[in-house]
Design a protein around this ligand. Structure first.
Ligand SMILES: Nc1ncnc2c1ncn2[C@@H]1O[C@H](COP(=O)(O)OP(=O)(O)O)[C@@H](O)[C@H]1O
Ligand SMILES: [Mg+2]
Length: 236
């Protein structure tokens, strides 16, 4: 498929054709402006391709966007917290008396939030958000991950969702994603290359095109620019 923004001259995505395999972890990497977020937005159905289409199981996702969205868990770069308890923030959208606390505790564990919960004055019942207890950017992103997992998604999508994490926490989240690998379809755009080292399939985007695809090591061997970024340890 290809995509250009209305009124723009240049294609943001130029003839991108790829498959996101079921129950595998797929990563998109590339420098800023390469088209990663646009590709995710097309995958989410938030944007429509200028040509081509996004298929799931052979059917265009546009045929039933609501059904498609119901299968997704999305962790955005900026996680929004509501002025409610931590449990309500995780079980986002559920009525307070309908919260499945067993599930909340499960995703708290998966998102490495147990330590935070133990430190909070009222645990899961602690008010967070603007008028509640301050929590760090990294903790906020982990709440976003817990929230996405609470929905038991078939497809988990993370767009630079680990950018605000310190190295240690980012490593822990990478471990979490490694643990989930194989149990659900995961699509990740990550800033730090360490996060995507063990994904099943990596697509290196350059100026709206897929420059190379394969495992981390395969892409490293195939693309000199990617190899250089690996040497430098960063995409910037
Ligand atoms: N709403 C928009 N309108 C026009 N151009 C846009 C818009 N959003 C992004 N772009 C352009 O599309 C290109 C790809 O952006 P993006 O997908 O956000 O890249 P990445 O996520 O890899 O940093 C960039 O050149 C950016 O300037
Ligand atoms: Mg982006």
């Amino acid at each position: 498929m290809s995509f250009r923004f209305p009124d723009a001259d240049e294609l943001v995505l130029d003839n991108v054709s790829l498959t996101i395999p079921h129950h595998q972890t797929t990563a998109f990497v590339g420098s800023s402006g390469a088209g990663k977020s646009t590709l995710l937005d097309l995958t989410l159905g938030l944007l429509d391709p200028t040509s081509g289409e996004v298929l799931c199981g052979g059917r265009s996702i546009g045929e039933d966007l609501a059904a498609w969205h119901a299968t997704l868990g999305v962790v955005p770069q900026d996680v929004y917290l509501i002025d409610h308890t931590l449990a309500e923030n995780i079980a986002f959208g559920a009525q307070t008396d309908m919260i499945d606390y067993e599930r909340v505790r499960e995703v708290v564990r998966l998102a490495m939030l147990e330590e935070l919960v133990a430190q909070l004055p009222d645990g899961l019942g602690t008010l967070v958000g603007d008028r509640g207890v301050r929590i760090s950017g990294g903790q906020r992103q982990r709440v976003g991950l817990a929230r996405a997992l609470y929905r038991n998604p078939r497809v988990l999508i993370l767009d630079e969702a680990t950018s605000a994490l310190d190295n240690a926490t980012e490593y822990e989240i990478a471990q979490t994603l490694n643990g989930l690998q194989g149990t659900m379809t995961i699509v990740i755009v990550a800033h730090r290359l360490s996060t995507v080292r063990s994904v099943d399939r990596l697509h290196y985007l350059r100026k709206g095109r897929v420059a190379a695809s394969g495992t981390f090591e395969e892409v490293r061997a195939a693309d000199a620019e990617f190899a250089r970024l690996v040497e430098l340890g960063s995409l910037d």
